[in-house]
Design a protein around this ligand. Structure first.
Ligand SMILES: O=P(O)(O)OP(=O)(O)OP(=O)(O)OC[C@H]1O[C@@H](n2cnc3c(O)ncnc32)[C@H](O)[C@@H]1O
Ligand SMILES: [Mg+2]
Length: 215
């Protein structure tokens, strides 16, 4: 198995919300991590049809560009009543014709479609967040870590914390949305804990246990 040498790798993401969460999750481990955004790397086109394919595209591009191992996160929200949509197209649903992203518009679109399907009760509004992390080396060797969290879509959006679709997602067992949780509450995990809450923290926990060594 190839090693992460010199405690150094690239985070192959341009999403500020994700990068904040990873900075937080990685802090206890003391790795030297720079993001694709900081390094000015181009954003590759996400042409895959699965989270795994898109995570590989992003991680491989960053690993090739830097010569370092790269970790990418491909994630999304899957609504049962919409046959798993928006899924891998979660970011696309928020993208305006001029390329900017507006998650209020995206959340309204999801809500409109749920209403068209008659999805009003909690059980009809079930959804999950999925995150697939890909660790890829410059030679193309890759490994994957997946995390999912089940919950329901609420309306109207609640909370101003987090990012993306957080204000409409209420994880099972909680009365608050991810938009009403601090980053620590949303992760629901720190090194040594047996369980994590968010999709990203669950995937990260597997990655950390397999690959990271505390400083
Ligand atoms: O590809 P990178 O550069 O990492 O950044 P991105 O924002 O394009 O990320 P994705 O392609 O993986 O798209 C994921 C979408 O799902 C949303 N999403 C993912 N995780 C989320 C979370 O924890 N909370 C809210 N929304 C999330 C996010 O806002 C994006 O629109
Ligand atoms: Mg993307």
């Amino acid at each position: 198995m190839r090693e992460i040498e010199n405690r150094q790798f690239v985070l192959a993401s341009h999403n500020a919300g994700k990068l904040r969460e990873f900075a937080d999750l990685l802090a206890p481990f003391g790795y030297r991590v720079r993001s694709a955004a900081e390094l000015g790397l181009p954003e590759p086109e996400e042409t895959g049809t699965t989270f795994e394919e898109n995570a590989y595209i992003k991680a491989h591009a960053a690993a090739c560009a830097t010569g370092l191992p790269a970790l990418a996160d491909d994630s999304g929200m899957c609504a049962d009543a919409l046959a798993g949509a928006p899924g891998v197209y979660t970011a696309d649903w928020a993208t305006l014709p001029d390329g900017r992203r507006d998650f209020r518009v995206a959340m309204e679109k999801v809500e409109r479609l749920l209403r068209e399907k008659g999805a009003f009760g909690a059980s009809a509004r079930r959804a999950r967040f999925v995150a697939v992390l890909c660790l890829c080396f410059p030679d193309g060797a890759a490994e994957y870590y997946r995390g999912e969290v089940e919950g329901q879509l609420v309306w109207p959006p609640r909370g101003t914390l987090g990012f993306g679709y957080d204000p409409v997602f209420q994880p099972d067992g909680f009365e608050t949305t991810f938009g009403e949780m601090t980053a620590q509450q949303k992760h629901g995990w720190k090194p040594g804990d047996a369980h994590a809450l968010s999709h990203r923290a669950r995937a990260f926990k597997s990655f950390a246990e397999a690959r990271l060594v505390a400083a």
